[in-house]
Write a protein that binds this ligand. Structure first.
Ligand code: SF4
Length: 178
């Protein structure tokens, strides 16, 4: 039975999505992903950096220790994570931010919002949608964004991401009335 959502996701009824990380996918959404980072996320990562450094690829650790984890590039007016050898600095057979958070009981604790929500996104009109090939001008050619690759309804596979998006919306509403 599907539970009514506290947020509207425009294409949720037809979208299909299945993450196959570890089952055929190496985590290619983290290859040159360069997510933009909000100030509070960057602060949280910085304050807990010692937890992440031992789990990183040696080149990524060296780069972060020398130059930090944020690059000089910007997206949506926010700094982006660095990339080394073609992969996000926090990628090492999976997201190290995710792994450390999961070990502490919350896999989203340190993960940038844009990564944690993927493949959910917000359109320029402020509407939530599931990123899918051919929808909302999707330009990222990832196989998992092609609905032809799976029969799994996004409504089922994205329950945690949908709950997270609803939480973000509730927090934003609370902030706006505070
Ligand atoms: S922060 Fe984690 S999930 Fe996001 S691109 Fe980097 S490794 Fe991937």
């Amino acid at each position: 039975m599907s539970v009514p959502l506290p947020i509207v996701v425009t294409n949720l009824d037809e979208a299909r999505f299945e993450c196959t990380f570890g089952r055929g996918c190496d985590g290619i959404c983290c290859r040159n992903g360069r997510p933009p980072i909000y100030p509070e996320e960057s602060q949280r990562i910085r304050e807990n950096l010692d937890k992440f450094l031992p789990g990183l690829r040696p080149a990524a650790r060296k780069l972060i220790e020398k130059a930090g984890f944020l690059s000089g590039r910007q997206k949506y007016g926010l700094p982006m994570l660095r990339v080394v050898d073609g992969w996000c600095v926090f990628f090492n057979q999976g997201c190290v931010l995710h792994k450390v958070g999961a070990a502490e009981g919350d896999k989203f604790r340190y993960k940038p919002a844009l990564c944690a929500l993927f493949p959910l996104a917000k359109s320029e009109r402020g509407e939530w949608y599931v990123r899918q090939k051919g929808y909302e001008g999707e330009c990222w050619d990832l196989f998992c964004l092609n609905p032809e690759q799976t029969t799994v309804p996004a409504r089922e596979s994205l329950q945690e991401e949908l709950a997270l998006a609803a939480r973000f919306e509730a927090e934003a509403t609370a902030d706006s009335v505070a």
